[in-house]
Design a protein around this ligand. Structure first.
Ligand code: SAM
Length: 229
């Protein structure tokens, strides 16, 4: 989503109370920042923020962080927040490449990716937010039992994303190639701006929920060691 560049948006964002300023030493301090012990869930590439704002309204006991690269896009989310401020939602204007500077090991309990940019050229595969390169970054910041959910209408990107899982040590808990016709997965579905647009054009929506296979084994191994002792 590349909205028209809005002059001054960077400055407006820098002063907004819902945005964590660039350079603030926030890594390892999210709970303190929110003023509670609640889990932290993040959306990367949140666009205009409707998905995360709806989640934050529905779940006051979860802290949400929305990450967006472009100031002009983030500004739209801030306008919505001004009408309806939420204490459990904060935003960051940043590129997800530097996630590990912002979140400590296992500081995040859930990651959402919605309608991520496809980067169709092979030489740009590493930039896809579901590539093994990014999965390795999520591996560092996500709790061992944490889940990552991804939705897209782009079947090529989705097939690529499913293929990346095994190489990166992740496993699918659920996969749907037609989310909107899956009554179980649709039960708690929250539509994003892009989802509404593409599903109204008749495009099937794909979704997976994934976890780290290795981390689950590590936990089981630890448990059996404790049982042996
Ligand atoms: N998630 C929203 C939705 O479903 O309606 C927006 C989808 S839009 C296609 C993708 C968004 O991700 C854009 O706003 C883009 O700027 C942002 N984005 C893409 N790559 C990013 C990155 N590496 N770091 C942060 N934001 C990114």
């Amino acid at each position: 989503m590349r909205l028209r560049n809005i002059p001054g948006s960077r400055e407006i964002i820098a002063e907004n109370p819902f945005v964590v300023p660039e350079g603030e030493p926030i890594r390892g301090h999210w709970k303190k920042r929110f003023g509670n012990e609640n889990p932290v869930h993040i959306e990367i590439g949140m666009g205009k923020g409707r998905f995360l704002i709806t989640l934050a309204e529905k779940n006051p006991n979860i802290n949400y962080v929305g990450i967006e690269r472009y100031s002009s896009v983030l500004l739209r989310a801030l306008q919505k927040m001004e009408e309806n401020p939420l204490p459990n939602l904060l935003f960051l204007r940043m590129d997800a490449e530097t996630l590990e500077d912002i979140f400590e090991k296992e500081e995040v309990s859930k990651i959402y990716l919605n309608f991520s940019d496809p980067w169709p050229k092979d030489r740009h595969a590493k930039r896809r937010l579901t590539s093994r390169t990014f999965l390795a970054r999520y591996d560092k910041i996500l709790k061992s039992e944490g889940r990552l959910e991804f939705k897209t209408d782009n079947r090529e990107l989705f097939d690529f994303s499913v293929e990346e899982l095994a190489a990166a040590g992740w496993k699918a808990e659920s996969i749907s190639y037609d989310l909107h016709n899956d009554p179980i997965l649709m039960k708690d579905n929250i539509m994003t701006e892009y989802e509404e647009r593409f599903s109204s054009m008749g495009n099937p929506i794909c979704k997976y929920s994934i976890y780290r296979e290795r981390k689950v084994h590590e936990r089981k191994d630890k448990k059996s060691e404790i049982e042996k002792d």
